[in-house]
Design a protein around this ligand. Structure first.
Ligand code: ADP
Ligand code: MG
Length: 628
């Protein structure tokens, strides 16, 4: 059959450029990427052979060979792993599978245009699984000859990395596995040197658990240690080796923020080598992202997709778990609801949370950085994992209305005013908007701290958790503010003049009638000092922000009527009260009432009920004001 030519998916071509640029000063990593792929391919076949032993019978010892050929100026990386057939080649070496990749690539390009450091670009690249394309940084032509385990047909994939690749049948493929041959660019002869290859392998790939040989056949020399890194004693592993291992398992290029290497003994025995990345993975909130912890059983790779191994709220973890007591021939389906796996998950979770606690106590600043990246995910645990709720509450950090930086609930409670019986919070979309929300004014005036909760998950865990050390959480946008009992930090004069009780009473009564079918109630506000009005939820009604959130996610929640609170010290309310009392201009007063309500809605981040009516009222009123 003749060779067929394909175009790379458009994104791949763009990606090739970006990769070539970003990797240029670090081009030796191409070798690490190819070895990493070979190692993955051997892991996959080792797993498949558990149920189909005939796949590896002829050649049971997995290995990688690196073969430099000076005359031809090629470097070849060859493995006897799972191999690829035609469909695999098209799929794996011609397209980019991950759906988040496009978006991410745009970020990468942006970063580059803004002149961000090469290291940052590198860190990003690692995350989206494009390691193979690094070959084109040093090669102007790449040939892949491969035969899939259990299949007879071999295939050759060829490309110069400039938009097209071709695939043809070949007799020259290895008996099983993949051979990647790089035709080096003119100035890349260094990669033909034995010493250079040895150094690179020792630097980046020593942790790979299968033997890597320089050359093949009789002159082959093993150039790595080839024992699974996590099985070695901690004292014999260097920082660099740990970091390189992390790069390999996490497909990352940053250095990890935290490392946990431990051996669990007792009811379930396993070794864990876990990492928390320094940088937030781009697909942290992507629904179909892979789980980052690989499961091994006695050194044999089983899967990297075991959902039951790590709770979803720790999905930023990377690394391996190697079990001593799961059966080797366990299928991925059998892993679901397996009591041993559940037990691993429990002990692993406890271990990770304890390490986080230690880190929080030891280095608050570094912990704060971690929290900014991963706190929103960790907080899902408050909702999902009641068993660890207390620990998670201890680990949680918050922005507050009173202080810069992050605080813990312990900090909050220590700062409560005399007589304060609740942990006050407000939920919303950004902490900047929250810091300005009118509902906070009264609290601020009295020096009462309010937690600013700006992640969607906050609307769910707070009601579920209810209290911290028996102090209840209380939303400042819900129910009465009860601020009277606290002494004010400001003097009364600062707060403007207040009309007498009857005038305020008449206004409130008027507004109730005017807005009868729009609001649940109208009342004089205790929480406002600067703004004219705001909306609050009645005690027992759904929180305003939560309701909007649910509506945005397509849930048809009936819209609850809200309570409109007005601030009689505000000049606008003051004037309105006088107008209503004087019984003049009732029609104008009614228009103003509608405007007030819409204004309160806008401050909530909502839209006016009827935007065009709102615009008309506003322009009429302004026109009148200007004419007067
Ligand atoms: P990643 O390794 O992150 O998936 P790569 O760009 O390095 O991304 O590789 C893309 C895909 O090509 C791999 O996921 C794998 O399916 C396939 N592949 C690459 N090298 C090999 C190999 N040596 N043997 C088998 N499959 C391979
Ligand atoms: Mg790879």
């Amino acid at each position: 059959m003749a060779s067929e030519t394909y175009s790379f998916q458009a994104e791949v071509s763009r990606l090739l450029d970006i990769v070539a640029n970003a990797l240029y000063s670090n081009k030796e990593v191409f070798l690490r990427e190819l070895i990493s792929n070979s190692s993955d391919a051997c892991d996959k076949l080792r797993y498949a052979a558990i149920t189909q032993p005939e796949l590896t019978q002829d050649d049971p010892d997995f290995r990688v060979n690196i073969i430099p050929t000076k005359e031809a100026r090629t470097v070849t990386v060859q493995d006897n792993g799972i191999g690829m057939n035609r469909d695999d080649l098209v799929e794996n070496l011609g397209t980019i599978a991950s759906s988040g990749t496009m978006k991410f690539m745009e970020q990468l390009e942006q970063a580059r245009q803004q002149g961000e450091s090469n290291q940052e670009a590198l860190n990003m690249i690692g995350q989206f699984g494009v390691g193979f394309y690094a070959a084109f940084v040093v090669a102007d032509k790449v040939e892949v000859e491969t035969r899939k385990a259990g299949e007879s047909q071999g295939w050759r994939w060829t490309s110069d990395g400039r938009g097209e690749f071709s695939i043809e049948e070949t007799e020259d493929a290895p008996a099983r596995g993949t051979r990647v041959r790089l035709h080096l660019k003119g100035d890349q002869d260094e990669f033909l040197e034995d010493a250079r290859i040895r150094t690179i392998v020792q630097k980046y790939s020593d942790h790979i658990a299968l033997p890597i040989y320089l050359r093949e056949g009789e002159d082959a020399a093993q150039i790595n240690t080839a024992s699974a890194l996590w099985t070695r004693p901690k004292s014999e592993i260097t920082e660099d080796q740990y970091n390189e291992f992390y790069h390999h398992v996490a497909h990352a290029m940053d250095d990890p923020w935290l490392r946990i290497h431990f051996k669990a003994e007792g009811k379930v025995e396993y070794t864990g080598l876990l990492f928390i990345p320094n940088q937030k993975p781009f697909d942290l909130f992507h629904p179909d992202r892979k789980h980052g912890v690989k499961l091994y059983v006695r050194r044999v790779f089983i899967t990297e997709n075991c959902e039951d191994l790590v709770p979803a709220y720790l999905r930023f973890l990377r690394g391996v778990v190697d079990s001593e007591d799961l059966p080797l021939n366990i299928s991925r389906e059998m892993l679901q609801h397996n009591p041993r796996v559940t037990k691993i998950k429990q002990t692993l979770t406890t271990r990770v949370l304890n390490e986080l606690k230690k880190k929080a106590n030891k280095d608050a600043e570094a912990y704060g950085e971690f929290w900014e990246d991963f706190g929103a995910v960790l907080k899902e645990g408050l909702y999902e994992d009641t068993e660890n709720q207390d620990t998670l509450l201890e680990l949680a950090r918050f922005h507050s209305s009173e202080r810069e930086g992050l605080i813990s609930l312990e900090d909050y409670v220590a700062n409560m005013k005399e007589g304060q019986e609740a942990i006050y919070f407000v939920t919303g979309d950004t902490k900047e908007a929250l810091a300005k929300s009118p509902q906070l004014e009264g609290f601020r005036a009295k020096g009462i701290e309010v937690l600013l909760l700006h992640h969607p998950i906050d609307d769910f865990w707070v009601p579920a958790v209810g209290t911290y050390k028996e102090v209840p959480f209380k939303s400042v946008t819900q129910g009465a503010a009860d601020l009277d009992k606290f002494k004010s930090d400001q003097s009364e004069q600062d707060q403007g003049e207040q009309p007498d009780e009857t005038t305020v009473g008449t206004l409130v009564a008027f507004l109730k009638t005017a807005l009868e079918d729009k609001v649940k109630d109208v009342r004089q506000s205790e929480r406002l000092t600067d703004s004219a009005c705001c909306l609050v939820a009645d005690e027992g009604d759904m929180d305003i922000h939560l309701e909007r959130l649910l509506r945005q996610h397509g849930q048809t929640t009936p819209q609850s009527k809200r309570i409109l609170e007005v601030n009689p010290r505000h000049p606008l309310i003051n004037r309105l009260a006088e107008t209503v009392k004087g019984q003049s201009n009732q029609a104008d007063a009614k228009e103003a009432a509608y405007l007030l309500l819409d204004q309160a809605r806008i401050m909530e981040g909502d839209n006016p009920e009827d935007p065009s009516a709102f615009a008309k009222r506003l322009s009429d009123l302004v026109a009148k004001g200007l004419a007067a």
